[in-house]
Design a protein around this ligand. Sequence first.
Ligand code: PHE
Length: 365
Amino acid sequence: MLRRSESSVATAAEVDQRLAALGGQFRDRFSQADSEQELRLARADVLGKKGALTGILKLMGAVPADQRRQLGERVNGIKAEVEAAFNDRLAEIRRAEREADLNAAPFDLTLPGRVPALRGHLHPIRQMRDHILEIFQSLGFEIAWGPEVELEVNNFTKLAFPPDHPATDMQDTFWVKVEGAPSDVRALLRTHTSNVQVREMSTHPPPMAIVSGGAVYRRDDDITHSPMFHQVEGFLVDVGISFAHLKGVLTEFAQRLYGRGSRVRFRPSYFPFVEPGAEMDIGCVFCDGDEARRPSCRVCKGTGWVEVLGCGMVHPLVFAHCGIDAEKYTGFAFGVGVERLAMLRYQVPDIRIFFENDPRFLAQF
Ligand code: PHE
């Protein structure tokens, strides 16, 4: 008992002594600090883990109970003083910094802005797609959109593809598994934008003139074929529409795209959903009119013509599948290959360059 109270008495005296030593010196330290960082360091010397006041607080546990209360009040009072002095000095420092800021030479509001070194833009294929859509819009076509994951009915069946048509084959088409779907409901990545014809004709009565654009997918991959590419689809349905309307609209399109001098030709072709069907060629933009260059032209392979789209008169079966009266209405439809037109326009020999996204290539558009 004796020893313990002796040591306790000594401790109380020690606390007293150390408090006295601490005195007001923290005030001097704080007022000498010129920045917030310096001030915080000074505060840590008092109140931090190894700070002077923290050390004193640790001793308090050993002070005899009858003195602890009074001593404790003193210690806490000093602690509050330290906090107050810190906050006062912090406010002073911040005020001074703000003032220095306001008094500094004003920055020049008329300096030109910094231009970013690399500025992005739309992808060339997207630019070409929009350009094609705009041409048809200016001819009175409305824009509609369709999904890239499509049901078999909208991509094939209603377009009169027979069930065993090679295009429906696993080798040609990306089929998509639909969890929980009945076995006769099949989905796929659309192989063309003609699904939009089906969707629009099934939900709207004629007359209609619609264009749509977007990505399509086929199991194809070489210098002129990519497994993903883009098409613009268009169709017009009304009373009295003939093949002459088709030729007129598509010739106008080609000339708006490649200039008034450009020539087109229509060749008979087959698609299950049109009758008659055709392919439209454009006079090769690289060698047309230059007999000497033509034989070695890589773009048209010496023919002078480049195929750019499929087209035809909407097949009566398609009208029937979509609930349109084929006795009353006729219409034409076409599907343009966007990459094909972009390759021609920009003289790009390999379709895959468009999708490598090399900035040195893209920056040229
Ligand atoms: N859908 C056809 C294709 O992808 C193009 C086409 C569209 C042909 C409309 C005729 C009419 O090749």
